[in-house]
Design a protein around this ligand. Structure first.
Ligand code: TYM
Length: 347
């Protein structure tokens, strides 16, 4: 038997699924950890399905009009970053009702204790009254498992912060297969690759760059102007020492490491290449070079996003078409899941 035939996913067609919450401005972290890699995967000849997870976004309060705008803006970001709606399926989650339906079924497979153990749930409720957060926030990972399993996806490109949710997805699939004595669901593999799987805040190297950070200076937004991008990198917190001559020299320097990782990911180079080029140089040289590179790579994306946002009807049309294609794959898988679980299906 070949290696592939021994893996639990051997009977499933290779298929990539991933998602992004349209809950605010997308950041450089979303771009390097997700969008840029989504576009690369599309070019590898594997079927790719990408989703704006608006049902996940409402696990915390969203102004309805802002959510609609952010969803269209996130769709524009996907397209501007190179996702081609003719080659990838691009849609928003709430337009394919099977996501919510499978999530309910999986809620009855997953255990509450698994949800309480999720670090993202703990982070989002720390210091606050967990009892007062939405029930959806606790069940969030089960909806995420539904997103992935609804398409029998075998690979899920994500940033480092989603690793635990992917492990939970695999646990839910395994428990379903075990409880119902089937091999219906695959065990999806997280794809966490490249130099920028965890882009950190520009103000604090121990915190993830995040669209929900109260400090706008902590992140680069995909909609930032060239001037703003340059200013944020110039002001990025670093230690005073020059860049190290070797990779080991970055070990105890989270801020320096972050900027080098960002440079490497934007330039499609390895971290070693960047150290070879800039080792021994001061921040006065490296920060402007990084700012120029970032503007070079991001300005065309924000320009294209702005252009696409001038025609929201066209974005809606693309999302509608994507949803119809997604629905075609999802419906038979949902129907089979209901059947396996013992629901009478008579129409
Ligand atoms: P979200 O919306 O927080 O982030 C979307 C993607 O961007 C990555 N990312 C980062 N990567 C590197 N550095 C960062 N600072 C950074 N910030 C965000 C995330 O890892 C993610 O890949 N739960 C998911 C959305 C989701 C999903 C799914 C993902 C729902 N269903 C199914 C994959 C498959 C989330 O909140 O991502």
């Amino acid at each position: 038997m070949s290696d592939a035939a021994q893996t639990p996913n051997a009977k499933f067609k290779p298929r990539i699924f991933s998602g992004i919450q349209p809950s605010g401005n997308l950041t450089l972290g979303n771009y390097l950890g997700a969008l840029k890699r989504f576009a690369q995967k599309q070019d590898e000849g594997i079927e790719t399905i990408y989703c704006l997870v608006d049902l996940h976004a409402i696990t915390v309060w969203q102004e309805p009009e802002a959510l609609k705008r952010q969803t269209r803006e996130a769709a524009a970001a996907f397209i501007a970053a190179g996702i081609d709606p003719a080659r990838s399926i691009l849609f928003n989650q709430s337009q394919v009702s099977a996501h919510a339906e499978l999530a309910w079924l999986l809620n009855c497979v997953a255990r509450i204790g698994w949800m309480y153990r999720m670090t993202q749930f703990k982070d989002k409720t720390s210091g606050k009254n967990a009892e007062n957060s939405s029930l959806g926030l606790l069940a969030y990972p089960s909806l995420m498992a539904a997103d992935i399993l609804l398409y029998h996806a075998t690979m899920v490109p994500v940033g480092e912060d989603q690793k635990q949710h992917l492990e939970l997805t695999r646990d839910i699939a395994a428990k379903f297969n075990h409880d119902y004595k089937t091999d219906f669901f695959p065990s999806p593999e997280p794809l966490i690759e490249g130099a920028a799987t965890r882009v950190m805040s520009l103000r604090d190297g121990s915190k993830k760059m995040s669209k929900s950070d109260p400090s706008d200076a902590s992140r680069i937004n995909l909609t930032d102007s060239a001037d703003t991008i340059a200013k944020k990198f110039r002001k990025a917190v670093t230690d005073p020492a020059p860049l190290p001559e070797t990779l080991d020299g970055l070990a105890e320097r989270p801020e320096a490491r972050n900027l080098v990782n960002i440079y490497a990911a934007l330039a499609d180079k390895t971290v070693e290449d960047v150290i070879a080029e800039y080792g021994g140089q001061g921040w006065g040289v490296f920060k402007p070079a990084l700012a120029d590179l970032a503007v070079d790579k991001l300005a065309p994306i924000s320009t294209e996003m702005a252009r696409l946002m001038n025609d929201p009807a066209e974005i809606d049309r693309i999302l509608g078409q994507g949803a119809a294609k997604a629905d075609e794959i999802a419906q038979p898988i949902l129907a089979k899941t209901l059947d396996i679980m013992g629901m009478v299906r008579s129409r």
